[in-house]
Design a protein around this ligand. Sequence first.
Ligand SMILES: Nc1nc2c(ncn2[C@@H]2O[C@H](COP(=O)(O)OP(=O)(O)O)[C@@H](O)[C@H]2O)c(=O)[nH]1
Ligand SMILES: [Mg+2]
Ligand SMILES: [Zn+2]
Length: 309
Amino acid sequence: MNKNKLKGIVVALKANFLIVEIDYKDFKDNSLDQFPGKIRLLCTRRSKLDYQGLFINVGDIVCVESIDYKNKKAVISEVEPRKSFLKRPAVANITLVAICISVDEPLIDMEQTNRFLLTAECANIKPLIILTKIDLITKNKLESYVNKLKSWGYDCIPVSIHNSKGIDLLIERFRKTKLTVLAGPSGVGKTSLINHLIPTVSLSTSSVSKKLKRGTHTTRHVELFAIGNGSLLADTPGFNRPEIVCEPTDFAFLFPEFRMQLAKSRCKFRNCLHRDEPGCVIDKDLERYPFYRESLEEMINSPLPYQGG
Ligand SMILES: Nc1nc2c(ncn2[C@@H]2O[C@H](COP(=O)(O)OP(=O)(O)O)[C@@H](O)[C@H]2O)c(=O)[nH]1
Ligand SMILES: [Mg+2]
Ligand SMILES: [Zn+2]
């Protein structure tokens, strides 16, 4: 790639501009020696991208050209195909959805937790559960939550920003992942968690993004923060009822514990909905079976694509 054309990742959308982060090693300007690792550029996009109907989102990998090194500005000329796309919040190329669920204040709502988990599975993105505010409950109670989520087939990291439990483990996990998005209902502590981790973050943002962030940074926008090791982390505005849009015959495959059974043996009918069909291999005693069944009926009886109730 030549000097005047670089590859980067869109880390924020601001009005008509996009902020693109590029590797400092690609940024050939010796006057900027003090910048570590990454640099953020204020970008517009070539109008041909608009004609092609290409909407650029946070997380998109793009090529920038016409780089103005002094003012840290550039123009986006190309967008790479996406590896994954989460619709709500709209973020491309996510490699991990970290679903934050507080063990208390607000209390865990298992149906809502399921909705977040299934939405991630639906977008084909691996979910991780972060159990937050664990300083509010006993060790035994926590253990019962962790065991339950593990039995459903999920990875789970319990944390508290009050006593810092689990924080190091979480940072380590985020640094191993290219792009993590924090999801979950409002009030569970997503923004607090990011703020707890942010001292590292503010070190690596450029003066451009700092200038833009001042006074305009609201949780309505998704913004990717550097968390070290080239990894990015995004806070998202809380929303409480994520949509699950899926074909009834695919629904069971969104549940890890159902997938396990279906990988071991096959139902007699290829289009089995795992209700009362003969030769069905799904164990009806699984803890989430009633939830599966109810959601399935809702899905089948709804004339529109299932929107999660
Ligand atoms: N006890 C306790 N409270 C927390 C913890 N983390 C966040 N909170 C509180 O939870 C409330 C909501 O947090 P916030 O970050 O705004 O949640 P968000 O809506 O998910 O971004 C705030 O009052 C925080 O002080 C924690 O680890 N322990
Ligand atoms: Mg928040
Ligand atoms: Zn079946």
